[in-house]
Structures are given as structure tokens and as C-alpha cells.
Ligand binder design. Sequence first.
Ligand code: CO
Length: 653
Amino acid sequence: MSETLSQNATDAAPPVRTTAPSPVLHPLHPPTRAEIERGVATLSESGACQGRLAFSSVSLLEPPKAAVKNFAPGQPITRVLRFLGVDGQGSFDARVNVSSGELLEVRRQAGVQAPLSGRDFIRAIKITKADPAWQRAVRKRGIDDFERIQVDMWPGSGPLVNGADPGHRLVRAIAFVRHDKTDNGYARPLHGIIAHLDLTEGRVVHVEDHGVRTIPPESGRYEAEHQPALRTDLKPLDISQPEGPSFRIDGYAVSWQKWSFRVGMHPQHGLVLHELCHEDGDRKRPILYRAALADMVVPYGDSDPMHSWKHVLDASEASIGNLANSLKLGCDCLGEIRYLDINTVAHNGEAVTVENAVCIHEEDYGVLWKHMDIHSAPDFHAEVRRSRRLVVSSFFTVGNYEYGFYWYLYLDGTIQMEVKLTGIVGVSAVETGAEKPEFAPLIAPNLASPIHQHLFCFRLDFELDGEDNAVYEVDVEPSPPGPANPHGTQFHARSTLLGSETEARRDCAPHKSRSWKVVNPQRLNRLGVPVGYKLLAGATPTLFADPDSYVGKRAGFARHNLWVTAFDAEELSAAGDMSLQSPGDGGLPAYSRDRNIDNTDLVVWHTFGLTHVPRPEDWPVMPVEYSGFSLMPVGFFERNPALDLPPSKHHCS
Ligand code: CO
């Protein structure tokens, strides 16, 4: 999917190494290089896989919650890594105990494929460019130099072309023209050509050619040296923290103000927060055991044959966590920054370190609270406290698009997830006068961009003051006029318990100021009310596609904004554990059966996102658009928990 996938990849045979793992000090420590190397060697030497191994991803198989919670520093830790990939027998899902060097299990599931890998990416380009039918289609468009062609691989999920074997590894390839090696190919789509590849057999199955269209005339270069002029009136804006940041990092454990948590990176779930707690007096109060992306989908609304099949699940099909950028100080992150590295596996089995994959820093965030006493003339005394937030973020490049995932923790107990969407939009070449702007608005001369959605599903494993929680839907409604409401002005908040999984498939309702409140029914605050946190959703759509469409079935999680399920350690991925080429019979709609979710260990899933009607301003690179949600304490604390903030002496005079 992305060139970053292949950056560190070579075509060499898998290495055989038996380095002893370096000691890890916590059961949730992300995989180390030594562990990855040992796991690859154990699997390669086991005889359980045949032929060439091509790895898609490695993840830590998290120990049971109880083992993590009862862990005390110094205790022995058993580490199990999960490797997904392809060998001579098809896709494998291997679990290796890298503490003992023992292969535990190799699972093989018919009908699904391991996520796309760097090897798929390299092979798809090679196989496509060597195919005579594809070459003929490109020549028909006046191009003989195939070096100039950029081939983008897309998952083969969804409708199958005649002659494709659904048991094989299938991908599609579309193409663009570059004027030179660094050009923006998306400015010049080779519209109408779709190659269908069988990577198991290493061949092109079929080339669709829907007819020649004019290649759009304009360049799409966005780098500084390609702009006619650059602004000269921006003065430096530096962030200075002369005494250093206020957070502490110990390995992958972070503490800041009253917050503490662990950071992880999962190949399919991206940035993960674990064991998020907030101090309250002498208590350390748990809020979330695990919070991460559970999947995402980008369905296209245009039925043009170049786009109608596009609905990539970037998390589970493309392993978004493997596509983390190495962040750069002053560019991606500004201020007093600390970074964390993460390790992944290259397709050939080598451990790859992505340096600076996670950025941690503090940001000033304006006013947190304020009041001026108007009765205190003549000095009109005012109390103001500055808001500050801790930012934990990563940026991922998935083909043409980038996604930034930003967790924010605030001084008043609020938690926020913000997704930043940028990069380059999908494109169509269109003949002058032939546009259908309702499906694909023009963004440049002869260049259109199809309407699409970006829908993210986050899995939030709550543990508010303990594992057993419950969820209420809170709607604000006007009261009916009558003796109790004589002036017709009354409105009230009505809370409804979501008692079972089927009752807890819910949608946003901005006209009711709807929110959802997670509570611990057994922990009452001093006012006698269960302690809680509310999920505050944005104005967020659900999936527009028909439930019976390919995307409707494969991304069923996107049909509702809220799902609540009983906790199950195996249920982590919203579109199912292995989604590539899956028809869509797993995932959240299957997890959500009818189990009880009242006063038990439960998981909240929130689908949110945006519908992107592309604009000329999104071209040639899209300014960041934002989407996300907040979690706010409701009776979790006794009062405003930020009264103990000192006034800011240095700036407030
Ligand atoms: Co978009």
C-alpha cells in the first residue's frame, strides 16, 4: 500500500538468528528487536511453515488482564508474539513463545488472507508492469516508458473478477504517470485501467480497460521548490520549556500530572494506550484498561468502475501500525518532545525499528477556567488557570493518504482522541464537460475526486474504578406541556440503561444532545450517584453504503456510532481478526450477540468519522481535517479536579 512498507525491505531469504531476547520489564512492553528475531527464527526452523515465508506483521499477544494487573516488577514474564504472513501453504497466524523459544500454534483459516505486506507491494508493481495486456492498455494512452508509471496496489477484497480464485491472494493495481521520480503521480491518473492480480500464482488474471480518457494537464507538485513564491512574513514561533517537560517516561510507561498509562503500537490497531489511570488524593483510579483503533474503512460513493470497489480497511488489511512515520522535531512536533521507537517485522523476517514513531509532548491549550468577580470593584479580581494537555501521537502513511492519531489528556480529567486526515485524495480523470459533480467534484482542470467517507472505530475497554461497569444513553428532551410544565419551557435529561448487546447498537442524535455515560454502579460518589465518564461524540456520520453491499457486510461496525459488548480478549478488531478477502461474517456485528452488559466487564466501541466531499482546496495536498471524540468525567470527581492548579506566575502579571 505504501512505499514506507518497502523502505527497509529486501528480497533476501529470512535470516536465521537465535539472539537471546533482551529483558523486558513489563508484560505489555512492545516487541523488542531480539524478540522479533527469535520468533522469526523459531518459526522458520520449526517446520510448521513451508516454502518462502513472507511476513505481514508481528504483534504482542497480550497476556490476560488479570496477569497484567497482578504483575509486580521483577516477576518472570512470558512473552508470546503473533506473526501473520504467507508461506507455501497460504496465510498463517503463528504464535511463538519467545521467552522459551517454542512455537505454540500455527492457525490457518480458509477464506481469509494475512494482511498486505511489503512483499505484496513490490511484487504487485513488478507483475503489473511485466504484463502484456496491461502494457497494451498503457501504450493506448500514448506512454511507452513504464518507468514513469506509478502502480498503486489495492486490496482484492470485494467483488471478484472472472477467473480469480478466491482462495488465492488477490490484489488490484491502478496506475498514474510521473514526470520524474519525485513527481506527484496522482495529478495524472491513467483512468480506466485496473489490473487484477493473483499474487499466489504471480500473474495478472485480468486487465479491465474502460476506455481512454485525457490525462489531466496540470502538475500536482506541492513541495516548496515548485511553488511560484513562498511567504516571507512568518516570524519564528518557538516553544520553550527551560526546566524541561512535566511528564516522565520510564520505558513505555508515562506519567504526567495525575495521569499514568502505558504506550504501545499494534500493527492493526496502531497507537494503543493501556492502563490509563488518574490519581485522586491517595487513590490511583483506573479509567481505561486498553484504548485503540479497532479498524477503519474508507468507502467510495462513486460508481465509476475505478472507484466503486474501493473500501479499504486500512487497519486490518494494510496494517496501519506498520506504516508509522519516523517523526521529525520542528516539523511533525513542536516543543519539548520525547519520542518512543517501535519495532516491526519486514516481509523477509528482519526486525525493523521505526525511530521516533510516537511523539509525546505538552501543549498550552488556552484557558481551562476563569471567573472575574464583578462585585470586587475597583480591582475586579479575576482568577484564571491555563489549560495544558499531554499529547501522545503518531502519523501513518497509507498509500496516498496520511492519518495522525492524537490522544490528548487534560488537567480536568478529560480524555480526547483526535484524528488528523491529510495527504492526497483519490482522483479521476474527466473529459471537459463530462463531470458528474454529485459523485466526484472537480478539484483541478480535468481532475475530479470521488466522494467518500473515512470511518474509524475505536475500542474502549473501560474499567472505571473496577472492571464491572454499565452504560446509559442520555437524551435531553422537552417535557410535554401540562400542569408540571405550565410555561412549556421544561426539558430534562433522560437516562436509559443499555442492558444487552443488541440494545446497545446506537446512533448519534445531535437534536437530542445525546451522549453515552459509562458508570460503575457499585461506586457511588459523595452525592450518591455512580461515578461515570461520558462519551461525547462529534457530529459524525455512519456508513452510507447499503447493508447488503460488500462494504456494508465487511465493515458492519460502521453502521452504528455506538456498540457495547461483553469483554472477550479475542474480540479486538471491528472487522474481524483477519479481514483481507473476508466476506464480512466476523467482527463487531458478530461479537454483538445478546450478552448482558449491565454491571459486568464491558467494552465500548465508537464509530466516528467524516464524509469527504472533496474541494479544490484539498488539491494537490489536503489541509488537515479533524475528527474525533471526547471522554469527560461525570461525577467521577467530587468537584472541578483542577482547582489545585497554581495561577501561572510567569506569564500573568
Ligand atoms: Co478523504
